[in-house]
Design a binder for this molecule. Sequence first.
Ligand SMILES: [Ca+2]
Ligand SMILES: [Ca+2]
Length: 297
Amino acid sequence: MENNISYRNDAGFVVWAEFNHVVQKNIILRNNIAFDNLDGGILFGSWGYPDYTGLLINSSATGNTLYNNNINGNSEEQFYIGFINDCVIGNNIIYGNNNGRTVTLVGGGQQNLTLNYNLYFEPNGQPTFQNNDIDYIGLSDFQSSTSYESNGLNADPQFVSIAENPNLHLQSTSPAINAGNPDYIPDNEEFDMDGEDRINISPIDCGADEYYSVTNTDSNFYVQKFSIFPNPTTGLFTVEGNGIIKTEIYNITGKIIKTYNINEVPFNIDIREQPKGIYFVRISTNNEFQVKKVILQ
Ligand SMILES: [Ca+2]
Ligand SMILES: [Ca+2]
């Protein structure tokens, strides 16, 4: 799961091993944004392996930005870490709101967890942690009492705006810039929240935004700026929006089947010759992109 935005839902992102005795593996959760959700921003693992739930193994949560989740206080924390083996949680920004804890590590749940290089912030006080049912107030208390977060940070990540409809890009002075794990190597197909290369200046930045001085950080990235109609389609459809310079059509396996370098809008796309099914339309402007799903029937 990557490059998603979850807001005003229950939980932001849930990577969960639901069924007792069942092991889930190889899940990657990266470069996502969760804000203003009612429940926690990320729930990762499960709560009662083996008898009540399953186990999550060989999985990771990296480069995600969490801001102001658990707004109803339904959850006990912003980030829930349950029963997991051989997992990596790093390079994330976890910005709370003092509703409950910042992070909970469920007692006895983690084996071989790498929890490091995350940036924590609570606007009215220190981040709080629970590990093995012991509470820690402040990152330094957590660092000195556990094996986790030796390179973690407690600092305001300096988002561009935290007003209503926040802009969760980093400002140029953000301590999240170059604060991630220096050994992190992005996949070829991995991008930050703007579709930019995941590493600008090494190391990687914490959170879903890699900072670039030339990015238009005014962009209200999660607003749906482009429309496609009709959808579902019989093969002819229209793309509309401002500032479009490129539109690419991908099939379900991720292969590009058509590219349009067209800047007059609206314009028409024709995939009538393609087999019926699901397609993805990636619409780019100079500084951002959105991907939309189209059903060809
Ligand atoms: Ca960087
Ligand atoms: Ca960026």
